[in-house]
Design a protein around this ligand. Structure first.
Ligand code: NAD
Ligand code: GDD
Length: 326
């Protein structure tokens, strides 16, 4: 790469972005990390990166962000778990400004490769009504019936990548992430997803001695969860690869939320008394990743066992909970 900055990571103050910046720096690349949050709120700040606080939803700021960049990973979005996306549909859809302006600016700047982080939330709701769900294949995104708000933004923005590739020959890569978890992610505040939320609730139970926890829904809804290491490996592999088609990047280890709680309890060495809040946000009833396409194209799929990833995540969340109580 001959540009002044090898890689720009948009959303570098967030969970996946923070890990990605660290990984790229470890490979000896120069990195510009950009996020709208004030720096003290970034999940990780890597001193060796060029760390920029900016609003990439503005076209001029997006242009400044991608100047002299070889590659762009576009991870910036106003998002969270079900508790956030179900109650903030307009805010989620406004990320379309960031997605649009970053793509346009990157193309204008002659960026060599552009990665867009899409989501399993693009998949049609009608195909996710059963906890024993048939794993989702890439073609299941159409006819379009994505998650309201957030899913529509992702589907529109990934399609815009396709048309930039078709109309202008711009090299775009799109991964559909399935629920990603790990240390240094959102674990409290309302945007956290199920793995971090469950780790926090169990850690709070352990630390307080009050072993009652609340679970959203009956707990029989199912998901697969991808550990951050697999996400980093897969994202960079897809960026380097030859295919511009959206591809699933997710684990195929399907569990119910009750099984997820069982695992965290096992790791923590505690049994909790669960109450099920049936009016809480639940999203689709079942969701899993069909990994046929990623295996075909790349000969690889995410492989970190949920129990192994949760062990590391629980240890980190436990420390955060403990620290927050001191
Ligand atoms: P995150 O919320 O931790 O990180 C996103 C970052 O983008 C945040 O730090 C936020 O401040 C920043 N951002 C938002 N608007 C911005 C703007 N206008 N300008 C600059 N920065 C802005 O989320 P994450 O888990 O790291 O997810 C990264 C990407 O992957 C997102 O696009 C998300 O939609 C997608 N994704 C994540 C998951 C998951 O399970 N984590 C699943 C599917 C898709
Ligand atoms: N967040 C959360 N917190 N979810 C809980 C909790 C809790 O305390 N207890 C049970 N759940 C249940 C939710 O009701 C939902 O049915 C399931 O756990 C999974 O919730 P999340 O992890 O919040 O989200 P998701 O899997 O429905 O969607 C997430 O993954 C997508 C990609 O696969 C979201 O983060 C999306 O933004 C993301 O794109």
């Amino acid at each position: 790469m001959s540009k002044q900055v090898d890689v720009v990571v948009a959303g570098g103050g967030g969970f996946i972005g923070g890990h990605l910046v660290g990984d790229l720096l470890a490979q000896g690349l120069t990195v510009r990390s950009i996020d709208i949050k004030p720096r003290h709120e970034w999940y990780q700040v890597h001193p060796d990166a060029e760390n920029v606080v900016d609003d990439l939803s503005l076209l001029e700021r997006a242009r400044a962000g991608v100047r002299d960049a070889g590659q762009v990973y576009m991870l910036a979005a106003d998002m969270g778990g079900m508790g956030f996306i179900e109650n903030n549909k307009a805010a989620c859809m406004l990320s379309v400004l960031t997605s649009t302006h970053m793509l346009r600016a990157a193309h204008e700047a002659g960026v060599e490769r552009y990665f867009y982080s899409s989501s399993a939330c693009v998949y049609a709701a009608g195909k996710q009504t059963d906890p024993n769900v048939t794993a989702l294949r890439e073609e299941d995104a159409y006819p379009a019936q994505p998650e309201d708000g957030y899913g529509w933004e992702k589907l529109f923005s990934e399609r815009m990548c396709r048309h930039y590739a078709e109309d202008y020959g711009f090299v775009t890569r799109v991964a559909r992430y399935h629920n990603v978890y790990g240390p240094h992610g959102t674990w409290t505040g309302g945007r956290e997803k199920a793995p971090a939320a469950v780790c926090r609730k169990v850690a709070q139970a352990v630390l307080s001695g009050d072993h009652r926890i609340e679970i959203w829904g009956d707990g029989e809804q199912s998901r697969s969860f991808m550990y951050i290491d697999d996400c980093l490996h897969g994202s960079q592999m897809i960026m380097r690869g030859d295919s511009g088609e959206p591809v699933n990047l997710g684990s195929s280890e399907l569990v119910t939320i009750n099984q997820l709680v069982d695992m965290v309890e096992r790791i923590a060495g505690v049994r909790c008394e669960r109450s099920h809040r049936l009016d809480a946000p639940q999203g689709v009833r079942g969701r899993n990743s069909d990994n046929t396409l990623i295996r075909e194209i790349h000969g690889w799929e995410p492989s970190v066992a949920l129990l192994d990833g949760l062990e590391k995540t629980y240890a980190w969340v436990y420390d955060q909970v403990k620290r927050s109580q001191q």
